[in-house]
Design a protein around this ligand. Structure first.
Ligand code: SF4
Ligand code: SF4
Length: 164
């Protein structure tokens, strides 16, 4: 009974501290101000440089949160591999299922961090040409599964040819 009373008093004291002195607050004042004034900038979701524009993330997204956007100038990232589009992610439609991340072939084929992710991608230093030359580390079955979701299958074709 004594212990119960002590727990209740401690709980009440902690809550009073939280209410009146904002103790335990994890949101700093600058971020609070941004939230209250509607000025929070979404963090970058796509690392545009390493992305090969295959459209896999967009096809795999169950909520239609990812749209492929045409590049002004197509980029030849390796012989026979031209990047024409990059994905854009609408955070309001995202349900954080991580399918986009898991189906990104740069992640799936090479075991490197994915280029698209619901959280901040930060700065990704990645040499696509170098990565493409690496041997595929995943089994044929998994490759077939991933291929269903890719718009541009040229990367898979390249791997098949290099294996033959
Ligand atoms: S994490 Fe978001 S953007 Fe990615 S596939 Fe899921 S719903 Fe779509
Ligand atoms: S799946 Fe990866 S490489 Fe393909 S478009 Fe999306 S982010 Fe780019």
């Amino acid at each position: 009974m004594k212990n119960l009373l002590r727990i209740l008093l401690e709980g009440a004291y902690t809550n009073i501290k939280r209410i009146f002195f904002a103790a335990d607050r994890v949101t700093d004042m600058e971020l609070r101000k941004k939230i209250l004034t509607g000025k929070v900038e979404p963090t970058p979701k796509v690392a545009e440089t390493p992305c090969i524009g295959c459209g896999g993330c967009s096809n795999a997204c169950p909520t239609g949160a990812i749209q492929m956007k045409d590049l002004e100038e197509p980029i030849e990232i390796a012989e026979g591999l031209i990047k024409r589009q990059i994905p854009t992610l609408d955070s309001e439609k995202c349900v954080y299922c991580y399918y986009c991340h898991d189906f990104c072939p740069l992640y799936a084929l090479f075991g490197e961090p994915g280029t698209i992710h619901p959280n901040d991608v930060g700065i990704v230093e990645f040499d696509v040409k170098e990565a493409i030359e690496k041997p595929v580390k995943i089994p044929e079955e998994k490759l077939k599964f991933i291929t269903q979701f890719l718009s541009d299958k040229s990367i898979i074709e390249r791997e098949k040819t290099s294996r033959e």
